[in-house]
Ligand binder design. Structure first.
Ligand SMILES: Nc1ncnc2c1ncn2[C@@H]1O[C@H](COP(=O)(O)OP(=O)(O)OP(=O)(O)O)[C@@H](O)[C@H]1O
Length: 257
């Protein structure tokens, strides 16, 4: 029997003034699945991700988390199960790197208890996993773009949700850290998490995603197995630019013609 879905979207329609982003979209994210959302600039990837997180109301349709209507759940309960990595993160107030990562524990703390040693070790472990060991007491505002991105990932890992929604997780990262972050997401999904990530690079999508959702920018969408959907013709239509598939040492790669 297949595991119960973590997230279900039913008949979602999203629009902005003058444009339908997706029409009657259905998708289901199960434990162990890694979904990629691909599409051209402005197609609605971020808007959809925010809708799946319950942070943007759809025009019509419903989102369920663990089978319960997301809009009916208290945010604290949602934050214990679902975490989002926004496209860009801003520091709301001055804090060190460790204090920032510890913000991820907030949904798990009771109002009368601050962070304990276990929360602290979880944050330190998350910072270690993104290569930020030597940075714990640094002012978070002093980090470079890539270091800040890795801190945002560490904060999400400290939160430890079952479902991770990532908006362009590889933004600002050098090649080694792009692979490290996506390898880490793969391990998380192999341990039963569900992953949904907006990516701009079809090569990383082909390498890491089990499932793909293509948003064509006119309301039309396709969802299914990444292996089936990530192919020359669809990607050329998706990006409005001819793409060639080549077999390389690391599997299939897509090049602009
Ligand atoms: N408040 C708004 N009013 C009008 N249009 C909006 C508003 N908010 C977003 N949009 C438009 O909605 C569309 C979808 O935006 P969204 O950020 O979801 O796209 P995206 O696929 O994530 O794009 P990108 O690849 O550039 O990050 C864009 O054309 C954007 O300009």
């Amino acid at each position: 029997m297949s595991p119960a879905p973590l997230l279900t979207a039913e008949e979602l329609t999203l629009s902005v003034p003058g444009k339908t982003l997706c029409r009657d979209l259905d998708m289901e994210v199960a434990p162990g699945e890694r979904w990629t959302i691909l599409g051209p600039n402005g197609a609605g990837k971020t808007t959809l991700l925010l809708t799946l997180a319950g942070l943007h109301p759809p025009d019509t349709g419903r989102v369920y988390l663990d089978g319960q209507l997301l809009s009916d759940l208290p945010r604290r309960k949602v934050a214990k199960r679902l975490g989002i990595l926004p496209q860009e993160s801003r520091d709301p107030f001055p804090a060190t790197v460790l204090e920032t990562a510890l913000l991820g524990r907030h949904p798990h703390l009771s109002p009368w208890r601050g962070e304990g040693p276990q929360d602290r070790s979880r944050a330190i472990e998350a910072l270690h996993s993104v290569d930020l060991d030597g940075f714990l007491e640094r002012d978070a505002a002093s980090l470079s773009g890539g270091e800040r991105r890795r801190l945002a990932v560490a904060t999400l890992l400290t939160q430890d949700p079952q479902l991770l929604l990532l908006d362009e997780p590889t933004n600002h990262l050098d090649l080694r850290h792009q692979i490290a972050i996506l390898d880490q997401q793969r391990r998380l999904s192999e341990n039963g998490r569900g992953i949904v990530m907006v990516l701009h690079d079809p090569n990383l999508a082909a390498r890491y995603a089990t499932h793909a959702l293509l948003l064509f920018g006119d309301g039309h969408w396709e969802a299914g197995s990444a292996e089936e959907l990530l192919e020359e013709q669809r990607l050329s239509t998706l990006y409005g630019y001819p793409v060639a598939a080549v077999e390389g040492p690391a599997g299939r790669a897509f090049l602009p013609r």
